[in-house]
Write a protein that binds this ligand. Sequence first.
Ligand code: ADP
Ligand code: MG
Length: 698
Amino acid sequence: MEAKGRPEVLWPLFGGLEQLDGIGPKLAETLNTAHIERPRDMLMTLPHTGISRALRPSVKGAAQNEVVTVEVTVGRHMAAAAKGRPHRVTVEDAETSFQLVFFHARGDWLQKQLPTGRRRIISGKLELFDGIAQIVHPDHILTVDKGTDIPAFEPVYPLHAGVTQKVMWRATRSAVALAPLLDEWIDPGLKAERQWPDWQQAVQSAHTPTQVADIGLTAPARERLAYDELFAHQVTLALARARSRKAVGRASVGTGALRAKVLGNLPFRPTGAQIRAADEIAADMAEPVRMNRLLQGDVGSGKTLVGLLALLAAVEAGGQGVMMAPTEILARQHLEGLEPLAEQAGVVIMLLTGRDKGRERIRKLAALAEGKIDILVGTHAVFQKDVVFHDLRLAIIDEQHRFGVSQRMELGAKGEAVDVLVMTATPIPRSLALAQYGDMDVSVLDEKPPGRTPVQTALISNTRLDDVVSRLRAAVEDGRQCYWVCPLVEESEVSDLTAADERFKRLRAIFGEGVVGLVHGQLPPAEKDAAMARFASGETKVLVATTVIEVGVNVPNASIMVIERAESFGLAQLHQLRGRVGRGAAQSTCLMLYQAPLSETGRRRLDILRETEDGFRIAEEDLAMRGAGDMIGTAQSGLPRFRIADLERQTALLDVAQKDARKLLVDDPTLDTARGKAVRHVLWLMDQDRAIRLISVG
Ligand code: ADP
Ligand code: MG
């Protein structure tokens, strides 16, 4: 557990939980399962609400179930009349009398705690039972001189099975006591402007709120601690960014000649956003640092053209470029789209996938190594060890929204001087983009090519499946084509497949042999391609599919999208699927079938898709409804888990953290100034081991 190099001042916070008051091996184990493993984790587990226990003269006027704290005179004891009945004690405060109720309690013990005639401070939840006010098992019974032991405002911690508030209270107190005095890592101007306390003070206050407002996101202490978390993470990303930019970058300055040719031959005019993004990328490539850039654009926003222009810049500069797609189908489609444009400009483009074998593959690799090929398009086969380029200058990764920071770092390590452009079709809210891609520079295509007719989207109960099928038959007779996406069944490929297979057979029985095709992830690649090709050429009219068609596939004549069990998909995924239609001139339709009855949230989610086709808006709504952790599988997304910071509601803070982190590394790239050294502490504190490694590698 002891990480090498961790500053000694932080050691107590990274020891075992047992050093905290009231935590033995058993409780420690329980807490570990809730990801509280060290005093530091306890410190960062903050109360989520609080209870006022301020002393009041009387319970009179208190609401049902309100927690009250009053001074009383103890009256008569009424021992349990029978087994299972409670022991009752009448008490009297300044204005009224009420009862304390105890089940399964020993009478003599109660007599000792509550001697008749004495005064006591009682705190607990007030209930009304048969018109009589009572407190069942008070939380506190104290002699009057000990009354101040009850905090006027008691923090309430999120609990895990087997751990009580009392345990959390004691353990957090002793964790706070371990918090050392640390040098300040926050920019002094920012800290003053926000009126944030020092770290140690912040930790202390966050655990001893005195009113509800102290628990809110904007309470200075909590905001500061949230900022620390975001800032440490952003410093890591900024370090990664700085390092990749520093790494033997090469200036790829294009002449613009090939790009001009291709643009001159386009059947349409590029959108303003496409031009802007292409310019940003070209300018970045022309810098002698290594590019690490994200191109974000909704489905159909025309990312491929922007990618091509970047590849051409690399070729103009005398080098080569590679574009990697996640699937064979997409790689082929890219090739088909790019080849005619590239050829007109005299650029040689080639496809390489896992299916290239033997002599053919050797021939391709040789041509690549000799520089006879300018642009390589393929699947991840293009990153295999024996694939050697003559002069690779740009690598584009398409549709890789499930690529985490560490994977990008690995990829970066492969081609040292290569500029990297990641294209993602999943619009993500700004907060997530900052958290997930903070190490990259970002270009956004926020404008769609003109002339698209919006897709008509309808929600239909699956009890009306027969209606849908007959509508479909009419459309097919009209020469239209349709995707039919089968449900996600418990994330299991096998059951997805069964569902798709069954649907395929049923539709084939209705539409006839040769009209319906089927693609799914487990089909041998050649068959998958053949099925896609038959659909693209119009031979088959209906394509039954699992979500393999989710990303990128382009068949302009397909104008109907049927999605079964739409409620089982994520909003972003539905948006992606719908984006497969509406690509041609014809009016397109998306029919989202749901299993009735639909829950209220289920309907609200799907309604968003009916309201808008703006991927960014859909993503924001999705985030608001589901929360960041859920939206993207956290582990695979590279999205950090924050304990205190709230990604959805503290985007502005995240923005500040990113700017501050990047500026810090400009001023102090090696973190050696006084502030830099303090920043190292917060990196250790926040488990940013990766960052620590980046600094030590230098
Ligand atoms: P995506 O961003 O989803 O990858 P594509 O690059 O596949 O989008 O583009 C979708 C379609 O739009 C393609 O058929 C492409 O030729 C076309 N397209 C791209 N840019 C424009 C434009 N500026 N005007 C008209 N059509 C365009
Ligand atoms: Mg694309």
